[in-house]
Design a protein around this ligand. Structure first.
Ligand SMILES: *[C@@H]1O[C@H](CO)[C@@H](O)[C@H](O)[C@H]1NC(C)=O
Ligand SMILES: *[C@@H]1O[C@H](CO)[C@@H](O)[C@H](O)[C@H]1NC(C)=O
Ligand SMILES: *[C@@H]1O[C@H](CO)[C@@H](O)[C@H](O)[C@H]1NC(C)=O
Ligand SMILES: *[C@@H]1O[C@H](CO)[C@@H](O)[C@H](O)[C@H]1NC(C)=O
Ligand SMILES: *[C@@H]1O[C@H](CO)[C@@H](O)[C@H](O)[C@H]1NC(C)=O
Ligand SMILES: *[C@@H]1O[C@H](CO)[C@@H](O)[C@H](O)[C@H]1NC(C)=O
Ligand SMILES: *[C@@H]1O[C@H](CO)[C@@H](O)[C@H](O)[C@H]1NC(C)=O
Ligand SMILES: *[C@@H]1O[C@H](CO)[C@@H](O)[C@H](O)[C@H]1NC(C)=O
Length: 808
């Protein structure tokens, strides 16, 4: 009771200070020492001179209040600005005060200051707080004519813009995990940045900014909704509210469903009508339903689990779904005895897709081929297949951003264990409201051994891969154009647009500040090369990365960004993955996956350890596949130019990942130089360089084949070729080495050549094939095989893909 009286007393005192005459009309401006208690929430703290806006306490939940600005006539005081979003104060004893030192502060019942304007100090007593007719809450010195506010709410938007309130460079509108902001390339975007994934979904990430009608060229980064209901942004976006015209009270708000809408207020009722929305199809918002779940919008938005998956938390469908079967652990090397065909089947879901997380992207492939790829790739959890004149195939590593829409033409095929009963367990899922699996899913034929070859061999083949990926370190000066001849001004051919999503989807732009923090101010150096220094970094989600600070990067931000859109889509399991980049003025950085187990040279040439044969063979095969990907999947446009053991990184499982494409050049295939290119000076590393580097001839992908041949031989013999000596201690010429190899290949007697440290523990047919390949790589360049030939020849003598059960 005593506290009750205390509150009453405070209330009376408050009336005495804030509103000496309770019947007086609402204030527009208050001086220092004013305050309002939450118990008095019926009264506004301030009202704008023309009465349009009010500010004060607004009920945000049961006994929970926020300090907000709202349109005076709006139902339920719809907030257009809030001091304490997500941190409401108690409905008893909380208070907003304009302190004597000039700071506006919101104090919770227990005395905690939940929010403050940080304007206190230094001549604060002259300050006053006012609510303007624009809805801007301003703290300024009324006697100071500079017109500059010490603080204003327009500088700190929450989830809403009102007319004339600008959204600029350092601001963003936020609702939960969703935000509307100006990206580093000056484009206004919507981003989902959740606990598991982060993904841009507006404007359409499948298209480049220009195709979306935006521009990256205007760096003013400002967007304003005007009094007529036209929202204009410096990136060329212009949208009209459907009730275009003056005299309507509007707001532009990002909402908890990730959509941005313009609302117009009905003057008579104070209710709101949507007059524009960024996303016509709500399920295209990313992150809505969580992992392994599918968003549907018919008639209202709901999340359901993919067949074979069940809800993680029945109370909260947004937490996603978990598999109801045992997931194969792909990091365990032993291949289980039944073949993939005998272990998996696919469940078909028409008109459904899971956005992003593609292992690869194939074009011009048959359905059987796509299925085979997924079947044989342990990490593949399903694939999307779409026939658009030609087959487009996306094997998926994770199922996120799922949606079903009758207008979507693709089909997703989910990989499930063959003995898993897809139809029965879904019933459990269906028992919870809003969580039904599509009863129309049908089980298609189980994996059959279909032909794993190259469907068709027209000029389109080899298929194109595209994916958020890596080109290692770039010598950006030399990157003329991309795999697909993409520049920021030229839009990609529509058939290739699908690849574009990778760039904006999983590939991030970082700020310099973020990377500085992630690397502890560039503390731990991992290595350095011609193009820059690599540092160890930890991103906020605990992910360890390697951050490369590029030196000597020519060109401005736009060129850099254009290059990144090319690089960002090249990815392969045997290439070091790129997570993103930073381009801020002179700062140009690349963020890579961190590969744990050093480079190949440290293992191959070390005196204290011996790399077992099995690993050697896998590294040789992986490296060949990575290079083949660069040369062939990109139609021979990407040349590494510096293949050597130092540039082959090893994972914990000893999988090869090619790094440091410091000399990589993407050359335009149809350009003047044909499929070769002119380089102004020699590149590469002595000992691994093809002889044609010394000649004045255009360089092509065969330089990598040569270098690979040397590396391959080093893998077999366990030491550097350049350090080989004759009995007399002289250096062996390449021709002498080739002669030795010819004899070995002819006789088949491989043992004396193989690294003695293996003590005979190696696979002779594999070793012989490796030597044979190595020899052919050293030939005159027109006689050298392609990396694709090599990868196939090596794979042909792989004994691991066979079923151990059938072996002796
Ligand atoms: C005050 O209450 C809030 C919740 O209303 C709580 O988060 C905060 O820790 C409390 N502070 C103190 C000092 O008790
Ligand atoms: C007026 O305000 C500006 C900005 O707050 C400040 O820099 C300036 O010193 C003030 N002038 C006077 C006369 O107080
Ligand atoms: C950039 O955008 C701003 C704001 O929309 C506009 O005023 C300005 O003219 C634009 N600049 C150029 C060079 O187009
Ligand atoms: C918005 O309306 C104005 C005036 O009618 C018109 O000129 C403009 O083209 C419209 N913009 C868009 C994006 O529809
Ligand atoms: C897979 O196996 C590896 C090695 O035994 C283990 O470290 C890892 O935790 C396993 N992963 C899962 C998801 O079970
Ligand atoms: C699969 O489900 C069907 C129908 O619920 C049932 O008849 C069948 O026995 C189940 N099969 C297995 C292998 O569980
Ligand atoms: C299942 O398919 C049939 C025929 O295509 C269709 O009429 C029905 O609406 C579908 N059911 C659902 C739940 O999608
Ligand atoms: C790297 O490889 C060695 C074998 O040479 C192994 O013992 C070690 O655990 C590996 N390190 C990591 C981080 O995987």
């Amino acid at each position: 009771m005593a506290s009750r009286y205390g509150t009453c007393l405070a209330f009376i005192l408050l009336l005495a200070t804030v509103a000496p005459c309770p019947s007086a009309s609402a204030q527009h401006t208050l001086g220092a020492g004013s305050s309002l208690s939450v118990e008095d929430h019926e009264r506004p703290f301030l009202t704008s001179p023309d009465g349009t806006f009010s500010c004060g306490f607004r009920e945000a939940g049961e006994n929970a209040f926020s300090f907000s600005v709202w349109y005076t006539g709006a139902v339920e005081k719809t907030a257009v600005w809030t001091a304490n979003p997500g941190a409401p104060v108690n409905g008893r004893g909380s208070r907003i005060s304009f302190r004597r030192d000039g700071g506006l502060a919101l104090d919770d019942a227990n005395g905690t200051t939940v929010w403050e304007s940080k304007t206190s100090g230094g001549g604060g007593s002259a300050l006053a707080v006012s609510l303007l007719d624009t809805g801007n809450l301003v703290i300024s010195d009324p006697s100071n004519n500079s017109g500059r506010a010490a603080w204003q709410s327009f500088d700190w938007p929450t989830d809403t813009l009102v007319p004339s309130q600008p959204l600029t460079k350092h601001m963003k509108l936020v609702a939960g995990y969703f935000s509307l902001y100006y990206d580093n390339d000056n484009v206004l975007r919507l981003l989902y940045d959740g606990p598991e994934i982060s993904s841009i979904y507006w404007p359409n990430p499948d298209k480049d900014p220009f195709k979306n009608g935006r521009t990256t060229y205007n760096s003013s980064r400002i967007g304003v909704l005007d009094d007529n209901g036209l929202f204009l942004s410096s990136d060329n976006l212009g949208v009209n509210a459907s009730d275009l015209g003056p005299g309507v009270k509007r707001r532009l708000t990002i909402e908890q469903d990730g959509n941005v809408r313009i609302y117009s207020m009905k003057a008579s009722t104070g209710g709101w009508t949507v007059t524009w929305a960024a996303m016509a199809q709500p399920c295209y918002v990313h992150g809505l339903c969580g992992r392994n779940a599918i968003c549907e919008y018919e008639p209202s938005l709901r999340c359901s689990c993919a067949p074979g998956y069940e809800m993680v938390d029945r109370q909260d469908s947004r937490k996603g779904c978990k598999p109801m079967f045992t997931v194969t652990n792909c990091s365990l090397q032993a291949s289980p005895s039944p073949s993939p065909e005998q272990r998996y089947k696919f469940v078909k879901m028409p008109h459904t897709d899971f956005y992003g997380y593609d292992l690869w992207f194939y074009q011009s492939v048959t359905f059987e081929y796509c299925k085979k790829i997924c079947l044989e790739t342990c990490l593949c959890v399903g694939f999307s297949y779409k026939l658009e004149g030609q087959g487009v195939c996306y094997p998926k590593s994770v199922l996120f951003n799922g949606f079903t829409s009758s207008s979507f033409t693709g089909t997703i095929y989910l990989k499930l264990p063959i003995d898993f009963n897809a139809s029965a367990p879904t019933a459990t899922a269906r028992s919870t409201a809003g969580l039904a699996c599509d009863p129309n899913v049908s089980v298609i034929v189980q994996g059959s051994p279909g032909t794993f070859g190259r469907p068709g061999n027209d000029a389109k083949w080899p298929y194109l891969f595209a994916f958020a990926g890596v080109l290692g370190v770039l010598d950006l000066i030399f990157i003329a154009t991309g795999c697909w001849f993409l520049s920021s001004k030229q839009s990609i051919p529509s058939s290739l647009e699908a690849g574009y999503r990778m760039v904006t989807g999983q590939f991030r732009r970082f700020t310099y500040r973020e990377l500085k923090d992630a690397t502890g101010n560039f503390k731990e150096e991992l290595g350095r090369g011609g193009s820059g220094v690599v540092y160890r970094g930890v991103l906020d989600k605990g992910k360890i990365v390697a951050v490369k600070k590029l030196t000597n990067v020519a060109g401005g931000d736009e060129e850099f960004w254009a290059e990144m859109t090319v690089i960002g889509r090249i990815n392969h399991i045997n290439l070091v993955r790129i997570w993103g980049f930073c381009s801020q003025g002179k700062h140009k950085l690349l963020v890579y996956e961190y590969v744990e187990n050093e480079s190949l040279d440290r293992h191959l040439f070390a005196t204290d350890r011996t790399l077992p044969w099995r690993e050697r063979y896998r590294i040789a095969l992986g490296t060949a596949r990575g290079l083949a990907y660069l040369h062939h999947e990109c139609l021979e446009w990407v040349i590494h130019c510096d293949v050597k053991p130092e540039n082959i990184l090893l994972t914990r499982e000893f999988d090869a990942k090619i790094a440091d494409f410091g000399l990589a050049k993407l050359s335009k295939r149809d350009g003047a130089a044909g499929d070769s290119m002119q380089l102004s000076h020699m590149r590469g590393t002595t000992g691994y360089m093809a002889p044609e580097w010394a000649l004045n001839v255009p360089i092509n992908a065969k330089v990598d084949v040569y270098s690979y041949g040397i590396v391959l031989l080093e893998i077999v013999i366990g030491s550097r070729i350049s350090e080989q000596r004759t009995a007399g201690g002289e250096r062996l010429e390449k021709s002498q080495i080739a002669e030795v190899l010819r004899q070995v290949v002819a006789s088949g007697d491989i043992e004396p050549l193989v690294d003695g440290r293996l003590q005979g523990q190696f696979n002779p047919p594999q070793a012989l094939e490796m030597v044979r390949i190595s020899l052919s790589c050293m030939e005159e360049r027109s006689s050298r095989p392609t990396m694709d030939d090599i990868a196939q020849a090596l794979a042909a003598c792989d004994d691991e893909d066979e079923h151990p059960a059938y072996r002796s």
